[in-house]
Design a protein around this ligand. Structure first.
Ligand code: MN
Ligand code: MN
Length: 399
């Protein structure tokens, strides 16, 4: 840096000019914002707000970002799975998440578990099956952008379809839940006395002659027949409310120049009794406006693009983090936050809540629907200025 621009930078620092911009601070070649020591530049480039947070950030807050790319992946002959739970991401107490890949034909074994399972298809196609406690059955084919929900304890399976199987995100309504601790049909059979198995099903021992001695978990299998044939194998009734839902086919709850929001909870996806969610798409520069959720913590999964989120936790505490595809974000119940698209592509993410319904309170709604003199007294302004707040308040604002 030449002496003139160096002097300029030092002067700017001295007058606090670096700290007044609303956006991120500039990385200095020298001076107080330089970083001459060792560093991981690739990681630093993905996390600019960690080293140079907005000057409004303050205080000590736990991390609320965890990338799936840091997780151990469990590989099998039919695909793989990796999970983010409280073990690695301690703030995320209400939801545990799994990212799973099944090649064509591969099966996530018939199983059940204590928490409910909500899923979003991120790639390809899958066949899912389940039954309810009345013995009523369910089977459906799902594709990218579709959801499913299996209530706590309901047995189910997932199978990759052609041409290239599938990948999907699972969200369980318990942050402690481990995908490795599900109850599997092969594991149960392997740990039940043969005379009990045969008596319980009214069959001969030959039915279990080739049963595996250990769990299969994820295993290769032939592609299933057409769905119509899979549905015709039994005369038993179907479940009254389907366990799958075409979220992308849903008309957005909000659509504007800044992007779209689709909300899905038990009011429109009836089976989803303990998980609510929103799929948000923000255009470049657009903002998911300042808000909080009064009913539940928010577990986020980033599907594409890049953005940043600041979480405000009271007591002057605020922290900003950057997110891109494959990252998990977390906001504790009632903490204020916004999400801003900082890239040149659309920013797409899921907000997931362990609740039967979606709820949020926005700063704009609050300020627009409180007596103006009262609000103006807080801000030291003319109450008429409050009439400039956008009405009706929207969940997304364009650049
Ligand atoms: Mn499951
Ligand atoms: Mn939110």
């Amino acid at each position: 840096m030449d002496p003139v621009s160096r002097r300029h930078m030092l002067a700017a620092t001295a007058t606090g000019a670096l700290l007044t911009a609303g956006g991120p601070r500039a990385l200095g070649a020298d001076g107080p914002t330089s970083d001459p020591g060792p560093q991981n530049r690739a990681l630093g480039a993905q996390n600019p707000s960690a080293f140079l947070p907005p000057p409004t950030d303050h205080g000590d807050m736990p991390t609320f970002k965890y990338p799936y790319n840091l997780e151990h992946t469990r590989h099998t002959d039919g695909g793989w799975a990796r999970q983010v739970t409280v073990k690695d991401f301690p703030i995320a107490r209400s939801i545990a998440g799994v990212d799973m890949r099944l090649i064509a034909g591969a099966v996530r074994e018939l199983h059940w578990h204590l928490p409910a399972e909500w899923a979003y298809m991120t790639y390809g196609r899958a066949r899912i099956t389940a039954i309810d406690p009345q013995g009523r059955r369910f089977a459906a084919d799902v594709a990218e952008g579709d959801l499913w929900f299996f209530p706590s304890g309901y047995p189910h399976s997932i199978q990759g379809l052609g041409p290239d199987g599938c990948e999907f995100l699972l969200a369980f309504d318990d942050g402690k839940f481990s995908e490795d601790s599900t109850l599997l049909i092969t594991d149960w059979i392997a740990h039940t006395p043969m005379d009990v198995l045969t008596q319980s099903l009214g069959v001969g021992a030959e039915l279990f002659a080739h049963a595996p001695k250990r769990e299969l978990y994820i295993f290769p299998a032939p592609l299933p027949p057409e769905l119509s044939r899979d549905l015709a194998h039994s005369a038993q009734d179907f479940v009254p409310e389907p366990f799958s839902y075409a979220l992308h086919a849903q008309r957005p709850n909000f659509a504007g120049p800044g992007g779209t929001v689709r909300i899905v909870d038990s009011s429109n996806f009836k089976a989803s009794s303990t998980i609510a969610a929103a799929l948000v798409e923000l255009n470049p520069g657009a903002l998911r406006v300042l808000h909080w959720h009064p009913n539940a913590d928010e577990w986020q999964y980033y599907l594409g693009g890049t953005g940043r989120m600041t979480v405000f936790a009271g007591e002057s505490k605020a922290r900003t983090a950057d997110f891109s595809a494959g990252d998990v974000g977390y906001v504790e119940r009632s903490s204020g936050h916004y999400i801003q698209n900082t890239g040149s592509d659309p920013l797409r993410f899921l907000e997931i809540f362990a609740s039967d319904h979606y709820a949020e309170v926005t700063l704009a709604d609050w300020m627009a629907n409180t007596p103006p003199e009262l609000v103006a007294a807080h801000l030291g302004i003319d109450p008429r200025l409050l009439e400039t707040i956008v009405r009706p308040p929207t969940p997304v604002m364009p650049r």
